[in-house]
Design a protein around this ligand. Structure first.
Ligand SMILES: C[S@@+](CC[C@H](N)C(=O)[O-])C[C@H]1O[C@@H](n2cnc3c(N)ncnc32)[C@H](O)[C@@H]1O
Length: 275
């Protein structure tokens, strides 16, 4: 099986939409109509969750009228945040068919379909014309992609000259092997975590200039502590990442948090400008 097929299989739940609607009902919401914020405890599939997405959007200067490409858009949390908060148009692309279908339906029920759309496809072969986008984002996706040189060339092609590319990824930050399973991969076979140096080098080779780089490890550890304290007091919110990942959630989250605590990995944000 190709890496892309294994990755899509890894993320496929089977009855995700129903599981999300059940969680919304448990929150006292009407699953026919809800707001993007109602989904925020479960639809941001990356460390740092909504605050990290908000910081990325701010650093990219997202503004009304911009057309943003979200590469590896998951179930659409970041795309809906960009559209709702910054009123920009967003196109998401993702390998996992079920995620694309769920992202589309959630967005329709949030009333954001006029600004946000999703399609199934590979980040390595983006089905868009050259210079189509004013900005692009890549949030916790590169860990599943071996050929980052091709990934960055592919994104560079569809950006307008001078447009910003916001990369927010889990990177290798210290010594030591990674334990598996991780949230993004069951084994090392589909895991391609790289150092910030490799990202910088490959982005430059693809025609980007690095504008800034920020290690978000402390920011994420702080948020995780706050979330743990809240969950101890009030219980887990009904819509959480366990709904998406199923029973494997605890082991995967335990591994990623332990490795983050040790400093072997870090969530790193890089803002790069297309030549
Ligand atoms: C950890 S999730 C992050 C989703 C989203 N960016 C977010 O932060 O909520 C990784 C996503 O990347 C997608 N993905 C992985 N490899 C991809 C590829 N080659 N092309 C497009 N999407 C890919 C997966 O299907 C999955 O939805």
């Amino acid at each position: 099986m190709s890496t892309e097929r294994q990755v899509a299989k890894h993320y496929t739940h089977g009855s995700l939409q129903q599981a999300i609607f059940d969680a919304l009902r448990a929150m006292g919401k009407d699953p026919e109509r809800f707001s993007a914020m109602d989904l925020s405890t479960g639809d941001e599939l990356h460390l740092g969750w909504v605050p990290a997405t908000a910081a990325l959007a701010k650093d990219l200067g997202l503004a009304p009228g911009m057309h943003v490409l979200d590469v590896g858009s998951g179930i659409g949390g970041p795309a809906r945040f960009f559209a709702e908060t910054h009123r920009c148009r967003v196109t998401g692309i993702d390998l996992t068919d079920e995620f694309v279908q769920v992202a589309t339906e959630l967005t329709r029920r949030c009333g954001l379909s006029d600004l946000v759309s999703f399609r199934q496809g590979s980040a390595l072969d983006l089905p868009f014309s050259a210079g189509a986008f004013d900005a692009a984002t890549l949030i916790h996706v590169g860990m599943n992609i071996a050929d980052k040189a091709r990934l960055f060339e592919s994104v560079r092609r569809v950006l307008k000259p001078g447009a910003l590319f916001g990369v927010y990824e889990i990177m290798h930050a210290g010594k030591g092997d990674l334990p598996y399973p991780m949230p993004w991969a069951q084994t090392r076979e589909t895991s391609f975590v790289e150092t910030p140096e490799t990202y910088r080098h490959l982005l430059s080779a693809a025609g980007f200039t690095i504008e800034s780089e920020e290690n978000r490890r402390e920011f994420v550890l702080d948020l995780a502590r706050q979330m743990r304290e809240k969950a101890e007091k009030h219980g887990m919110p009904p819509l959480n990442q366990q709904v998406l990942m199923g029973p494997a959630f605890r082991e995967r989250l335990g591994n990623v948090m332990a490795t983050l605590e040790r400093g072997t990995i870090a969530p790193v944000q890089i803002i790069a400008r297309a030549a």
